[in-house]
Ligand binder design. Structure first.
Ligand SMILES: [Fe+2]
Length: 289
């Protein structure tokens, strides 16, 4: 497919590679249907260019390196990459979990990340367990001042909420969608209850129904090994991959749901409304041509 004409999608920043993995050897990939090439110059600078008919063309695209990733845009973002305040706290464990490729719309991946109702079924005995299947009421809102979607006051019974924990408990969760293709989770930290673990999911939309996603965590956790943290997140994420790849349609419908939304879906309803207001079409059933 060719580069999308969806201005709303083009004018966002996207994480497209892990900074540590970028070398002088060019990497070819696609972003929003556009072929691109990226590499690192000898002076350390990351370079991203569009590719046409097999050759790099045009001026270098804007590049940022933040949160362990290389970010670029094919358009003209009206603001810098969103802030993750926890990334600046020196005592945090930074855990980039690696990219997972999925045959699904990146927007579907965001919506799945927002959904607590699947915990007991998809992540049985880790993030949820029967008979604790009810999603207690929470608040979803589009925050106009920052142009983000937030879901607050979320609670859910989890048998094993983090790599450090083996006992079940009600966790307090906050969800944040800072851009259409990024979703975050803040979780009261089990070992430091006055602080929040921050987990971001960066999505690299390749085509409308194909993406890569990387969870990046900023944790307050001095006990776990990096391997156990990675394993914990990867088990969960591979369970999610099966779910999103089997959703039909693969693209996200923005029209009102066929089924009657329940209270548990309110974050998904707010997210879809926000995407529609922004005019995002790439990865939706509205079509991005
Ligand atoms: Fe999940």
């Amino acid at each position: 497919m060719a580069k999308t004409s969806d201005r709303a999608a083009l004018n966002e920043w996207y994480a497209i590679e892990t900074s540590a993995d970028l070398t002088a050897k060019p990497i070819r990939t696609r972003l929003l249907g556009q072929d691109i090439e990226l590499f690192r110059r000898e002076n350390g600078e990351a370079v991203v260019r569009e590719v046409e008919a097999g050759w790099p063309v045009g001026p270098a695209l804007p590049v940022r390196e933040r949160y362990g990733c290389v970010w670029t845009t094919l358009g003209h973002p009206n603001k810098e990459i969103f802030e993750i305040a926890e990334a600046d706290e020196a005592d945090r464990r930074f855990v980039p979990c690696g990219w997972v490729k999925m045959r699904a719309s990146g927007l579907r991946v965001v919506e799945n990340f927002l959904d607590m109702a699947h915990f007991p079924f998809v992540h049985a005995d880790i993030l949820g367990a029967e008979p604790h299947t009810e999603v207690p009421g929470y608040l979803s809102e589009i925050r106009r001042d920052v142009d983000e979607v937030w879901a607050t006051n979320c609670t859910f019974f989890q048998p094993r909420i983090a790599a450090t924990e083996s006992e079940g408990a009600f966790v307090q969760l906050t969800y944040r969608v800072p851009t259409p293709f990024v979703v975050m989770l803040y979780r009261v930290c089990p070992t430091a209850p006055e602080r929040l673990d921050a987990i971001a999911l960066f999505i690299h939309p390749i085509e409308e129904d194909l993406c890569r996603a990387q969870p990046v965590m900023y944790l307050v956790d001095t006990a776990s090994t990096q391997t156990s943290l990675l394993n914990f997140e990867q088990v969960i994420f591979l369970q999610d991959r099966i779910i999103v790849e089997n959703q039909r349609p693969l693209l996200l419908p923005l029209e009102p749901r066929q089924e009657i939304p329940t209270r548990a879906d309110s974050s998904s309803v707010a997210y879809r409304r926000w995407l529609k207001e922004k005019g995002v079409r790439f990865g939706t059933t509205m079509g991005a041509a």
